[in-house]
Design a binder for this molecule. Structure first.
Ligand SMILES: *Cc1c(COP(=O)(O)O)cnc(C)c1O
Length: 349
C-alpha cells in the first residue's frame, strides 16, 4: 500500500517551506511595500510586470479545471513538465540512497534528472513490441525504488502502452507511478487523469509544449492527489510560472476548439507522412504512432541522418538507442516541411 508520509523524504516532510511576503497577510491592501519590487513598472515603458506573480496560479488552475476537467487542487504547474519530473525526485528520493525505474527506450529527462539528484536508475527495457515487461518490472522493484516512470504514448517509439499493463504496475508498486502523457492529445487512448482518485500513487504529466504549441513558454503540469500536490507546492521555487506565460495560457484555454482542429490536422499529416515513408525502398519499418512523431527504421540510418542534416533538415537520430537500431524519429511538420523531407529521402542513394 502507498503511504504518502512514508514515501516523502523525511526532511521534506518536516521542513518549513519558504514563506513569501504575500503569504503572511490576508485581506485587502492598497499599498504594497513588502516585496522590494519597483513601484513604477518594467523598464522601459512601465509595463505591469513589476509585481511577483501569485505562487500558486489560482486563476490559471481554475481555467484549466473548467476546460480540461481536472480539479484545481490536483494540479501542479511547472516551468515545463521537466520541472515536475525534477521536483518529484526531490520530494521522494533520498540522494545516494533511493532509486527510480525507467523503461528504455524512453524520454531522456527521467535519467538526467535522477543523475542530477544523485538518484540511482534501474532500467527494465521495453519488450521488442515496445510494450512493458510487467513481470520483470515487478521483480526488479527494490525496497528503495521510489518512482516508476511510464511514458504513454512513449517517446521515441510513439506507441501507447497497454492499459492492463499500466494497471498492473500501479497496483503492484507501493511507490509513485508516473504516467507521462505529453503526447496524449494525439492519441486515441483515454487519459489516466480520470483515475486519479482511484490511485493515490499516480502522477500524470501533461505539457503545453506539444499539442498546445507553447514550448517556448515553458508550461507543464503534474496531476496527482491533493495531498501529493501539497508537497510539490512546498518544494517548488515560489514564483515558478511567470506572468506572461500565465496570461498566454489563460487566453489559449479559451480556444480549445482550435487545439482540437490543429491536432486533427497534424494527425492527418502524420498519416500522409507515414504512407510516404512506407513507400520508400530504404525504409524497413514505419512504427505505429499515437504521437506527433514517427519512428522509422531505415537502411544506414546514421548516414541518412547526416545526409539530411547537410540538406538543412534536422530529424532525431535514435539509431544508437536500445531497440531502435537504424531508427530515426521524425516530427510531423507542416505539409511543406514534410514534403521537403520526403523529397530529400527519395533522392537519397
Ligand atoms: C516533450 C516531452 C515533454 C515535455 O517537456 P516540457 O518540459 O513540458 O517541455 C515531457 N515528456 C515527454 C515524454 C516529452 O517528449
Amino acid at each position: 500500500m502507498f503511504i504518502l508520509e512514508k514515501w516523502v523524504r523525511p526532511r521534506v516532510l518536516k521542513m518549513k517551506p519558504y514563506s513569501s511576503a504575500r503569504d503572511e497577510f490576508s485581506g485587502e491592501a492598497q499599498v504594497f511595500l513588502d516585496a522590494n519590487e519597483n513601484p513604477f513598472g518594467a523598464i522601459p515603458n512601465d509595463a505591469p510586470y513589476n509585481r511577483y506573480p501569485h505562487p500558486l496560479q489560482p486563476e490559471l488552475k481554475q481555467r484549466i479545471s473548467e476546460v480540461l476537467g481536472f480539479l484545481p487542487a490536483t494540479i501542479f504547474l511547472g516551468n515545463g513538465s521537466d520541472e515536475a519530473i525534477d521536483l518529484l525526485m526531490r520530494i521522494g528520493c533520498e540522494p545516494n540512497q533511493d532509486e527510480i525505474m525507467i523503461m528504455p527506450p524512453t524520454y531522456g529527462m527521467y535519467a538526467v534528472s535522477a543523475e542530477i539528484n544523485s538518484v540511482a536508475i534501474r532500467e527494465v527495457s521495453l519488450l521488442p513490441n515496445f510494450q512493458l515487461n510487467v513481470p520483470e518490472i515487478l521483480t526488479q522493484i527494490q525496497p528503495n525504488t521510489k518512482i516508476i516512470f511510464l511514458c504513454s504514448p512513449n517517446n521515441p517509439t510513439g506507441n501507447r502502452l497497454r492499459e492492463a499493463d499500466i494497471l498492473q504496475v500501479l497496483q503492484g508498486f507501493d511507490g509513485v507511478v508516473v504516467i507521462d502523457e505529453a503526447y496524449i492529445d494525439f492519441s486515441t487512448q483515454a487519459s489516466w487523469a480520470g483515475k486519479l482518485s482511484d490511485f493515490p500513487n499516480l502522477v500524470i504529466l501533461r505539457t503545453f509544449s506539444k499539442a498546445w504549441g507553447m514550448a517556448a513558454l515553458r508550461l507543464g503540469m503534474a496531476l496527482a492527489s491533493p495531498a501529493l500536490i501539497q508537497f510539490f507546492n512546498k518544494v517548488k521555487s515560489p514564483y515558478n510560472i511567470n506572468v506572461l506565460t500565465q496570461a498566454y495560457a489563460l487566453d489559449a484555454l479559451q480556444h480549445y476548439a482550435k487545439l482540437q482542429e490543429r491536432v486533427a490536422f497534424i494527425i492527418q499529416e502524420r498519416e500522409k507522412l507515414q504512407a510516404s515513408l512506407l513507400a520508400l525502398p530504404t525504409v524497413q519499418a514505419v512504427y505505429p504512432t499515437d504521437a506527433n512523431f514517427i519512428l522509422v527504421k531505415i537502411q544506414n540510418a546514421p548516414q541518412v541522418y547526416a545526409y539530411l542534416l547537410q540538406k538543412g533538415i534536422v530529424v532525431r537520430n535514435r539509431s544508437n538507442v536500445m531497440l531502435c537500431q537504424d531508427c530515426l524519429r521524425i516530427t510531423v511538420g507542416t505539409p511543406e516541411e514534410n514534403g521537403v523531407l520526403v523529397k530529400a529521402l527519395q533522392s537519397y542513394n
